[in-house]
Design a protein around this ligand. Sequence first.
Ligand code: C2E
Ligand code: CA
Ligand code: CA
Ligand code: CA
Length: 278
Amino acid sequence: AKSRGKNNFAFFTSSMNTEVQNRLELENDLRSAMENKQLKLYYQPLFSSLDNRVVGAEALLRWQHPKKGFISPDAFIPVAEQTGLIHTLGEWVIETACEQVKRWQQHSRVDLYCAVNISGVQLLNRNLPENIKAITDRHQLTAGNLHIELTETALLTNEEDASNILEELHAQGIDIWMDDFGTGYSSLSFLKKFCAQGVKVDKSFIHDMETDEDSRGIVKAVIAMAKSLNLRITAEGLETASQVEQLREYGCDNLQGYYLARPMPAEQLSEMMIRLPE
Ligand code: C2E
Ligand code: CA
Ligand code: CA
Ligand code: CA
């Protein structure tokens, strides 16, 4: 038993070392990726459920690593948070997204909003409202052109500071949306406390809706709750025609998902909007 314990320990430390090493490597790679412009934003359109128009686009980070290929934001955002790189990275995302909204206004004559994901660590930066104001002013964007998406869990570490910062952003005219809604607390007081204007029903419930009655129940309950608070509702992760039909019927305001459009480079979205009927 003793020797097995020893082996287990040896195995444990070596796998820990690999994990630490991987994380360090990812951190270094991420630093140089930011310097060498290997990061890009893709944009996934959001459609109005009333007339199928594109009303906005969610900015999603893409990292094409020269050797390792595509790295998912779900893998590198946590590293960026742990190392503090998220602040520089997050501001680059907001700046780039705002620049793009302006470009769409000027060249494509469409007034879209851009939704940007903000992580918990990023939100707790006291200078965030000021920094965002400088960016929206610089690009002469109006209130409503920038939405931010936050998860409930991102708000839990320091609810007081988070709600103060969100109140400032709200006062600046920034729309605040609860992302992955239904997976966290999903309480009414939470939504009020954090000045939310809308919720995005999490894609996991949408995905399970057809096979699982509980998921369908959650989707309906979340929508009813949001409506009772006069919040707007986006359904994300729509992959089939029947999901689109159903969520439209349930009264969602905006629809998003692979069935309608995948995340794409900005130029591709510009082209898509030109081709869409008036
Ligand atoms: P999220 O904000 O919940 O974004 C939705 C994710 O679902 C995206 O994955 C999107 O590409 C994907 N998606 C869209 N439509 C469908 C669909 O119909 N079916 C399925 N299965 N998936 C769909 P992605 O781009 O890999 O991003 C993953 C997560 O990484 C995001 O989840 C967000 O939390 C985070 N993230 C991405 N970009 C940023 C960023 O700029 N800043 C921060 N802080 N987080 C980001
Ligand atoms: Ca999101
Ligand atoms: Ca989401
Ligand atoms: Ca998510």
